[in-house]
Ligand binder design. Structure first.
Ligand code: NI
Length: 187
């Protein structure tokens, strides 16, 4: 009798590495093929990000030195009267910033790998990036404001760069602030 093959796709929450884990300082490798291992990594990253909860996650944060980042963020509606937009999931493989605005802005950032700290970081207002999506198809995305910031933060992770390296100021959050902290700041 032929054994019945069952494909089980179990997503798993992975452990998020935190500083001073030296793995976070590695430069991640370019993804050469969308192997089952990479697909599982992507599924696990989505599950891990949602459980954290956070708005962005890079593969090295879960111990995979592969150039994969994800972001899930609801961009504000242009019209304040309109219904808020639903969060949009972005899965980017081998992301590369191909264009950036000359304008920059300073804003506060946190990182799931540096719990309890925030910093003020200068980022480009607008970026255009190219990448492969989760199906391996080439895509180009133009992002502004907070989404642009999330992407810049996550792409830095692929180079082993953390927000504390770029921050003009870093501060420790009080216990109460950690409780109340919006997942918006968690990357
Ligand atoms: Ni981060």
């Amino acid at each position: 009798m032929k054994a019945k093959m069952m494909v089980v796709n179990l997503m798993a929450i992975r452990e998020i590495l935190t500083t001073p884990d030296t793995f976070l300082r590695k430069r991640s490798k370019k993804v050469r093929a969308l192997t089952p291992k990479i697909k599982a990594l992507i599924e696990d990253m989505i599950e891990t990000l949602r459980a954290a909860p956070g708005v962005g996650l890079a593969a090295p944060q879960v111990g995979a030195d592969q150039r994969v980042i994800i972001a899930e963020y609801a961009e504000p509606s242009e019209d304040p009267e309109a219904e808020p937009k639903p969060p949009k999931l972005h899965v980017l493989i081998n992301p590369e910033i191909v264009r950036n605005s000359s304008e920059t802005n300073l804003n506060n950032e946190g990182c799931l790998s540096i719990p309890g700290y925030m910093g003020e970081v200068e980022r480009f207002d607008t970026i255009t990036l190219k990448a492969l999506n989760r199906h391996g198809e080439p895509i180009r995305i133009k992002a502004k404001d907070w989404l642009a910031r999330i992407f810049q933060h996550e792409i830095d992770h692929l180079e082993g760069i953390l927000f504390i390296d770029r921050a003009t100021e870093v501060w420790k959050l009080e216990e109460e602030e950690i409780q109340e902290r919006s997942p918006l700041s968690q990357k």
